[in-house]
Design a protein around this ligand. Structure first.
Ligand SMILES: *Cc1c(COP(=O)(O)O)cnc(C)c1O
Length: 220
């Protein structure tokens, strides 16, 4: 299968209201251009410097998303152009993003990454950690970042019931947080759950952004 036919098939099977995020980490710019020429405009990377290099080499109407764990000292590489950071997992990181956004005279959009999987190794905040941040005065004083929703990764398993139940946990929590803190803010509207192996379940459980690499570009 070619990148072109993979993209077309995905776009046909994903409802139009859901955004396809093409995960291009480790892929050469030629592969990204193949997807670009099929109309794909959102691409995601998990390393800041790799993204910055690709940004320089590729058309400027691409919207770049960061999906990997982001270190504070790497924020500066992507702050001038990043479209959405999915993986904010601490107040400290968010404060650095705010500072770099200010320097670039931008408002940077982001999601809080929530830990929903059984594996310890995955990054993300617990629900109580998230609420502690939302209630802090530091959070409320940030001027150049805009929270648009939540992101989560399910446990790496073939058991669809486990995946569905984890996605439902974050979806229910998303609804609760929206009601409690952002009921008047239309911008809090995105739920980033779902990868190649589980995006159909993610869409059934309310995903608005699906992050797909392997099903577009092949095995890494
Ligand atoms: C690599 C990655 C993806 C894409 O995974 P595929 O299985 O290749 O679709 C999605 N989300 C995150 C956070 C990733 O690191």
């Amino acid at each position: 299968m070619s990148i072109k036919s993979n993209i077309k098939e995905l776009l046909n099977s994903i409802p139009p209201a859901i955004k396809l995020v093409a995960v291009s980490k480790t892929r050469p710019v030629g592969d990204i251009l193949d997807a670009y020429h099929c109309g794909q405009r959102i691409f995601a990377e998990n390393k800041a410097q790799e993204m910055a290099i690709k940004y320089d080499q590729l058309p400027k109407d691409i919207e770049w998303h960061m999906i990997g764990h982001l270190q504070t000292n790497k924020v500066k590489f992507i702050a001038p152009f990043i479209g959405l950071i999915h993986s904010v997992d601490s107040l400290k990181l968010l404060e650095v993003i705010n500072k770099e956004a200010l320097k670039n005279r931008r408002i940077i959009k982001y999601l809080f990454q929530i830990h929903i999987a059984k594996e310890e190794a995955k990054f993300g905040l617990s629900f109580s950690e998230l609420e502690a941040i939302l209630n802090s005065s530091e959070f409320q004083s940030l001027s150049n970042v805009c929270l648009v929703g939540l992101m989560g990764m399910a446990t790496f398993t073939h058991d669809e019931d486990i995946i569905r139940s984890e996605f439902l946990v974050i979806k229910n929590y998303f609804d609760l947080i929206k009601q409690k803190y952002f009921s008047n803010e239309l911008s809090f509207c995105e739920l980033s759950i779902g990868m190649s192996s589980d995006y159909k379940i993610a869409i059934e459980t309310g995903s608005t952004l699906v992050r797909i690499g392997t099903s577009i570009f092949g095995i890494r």
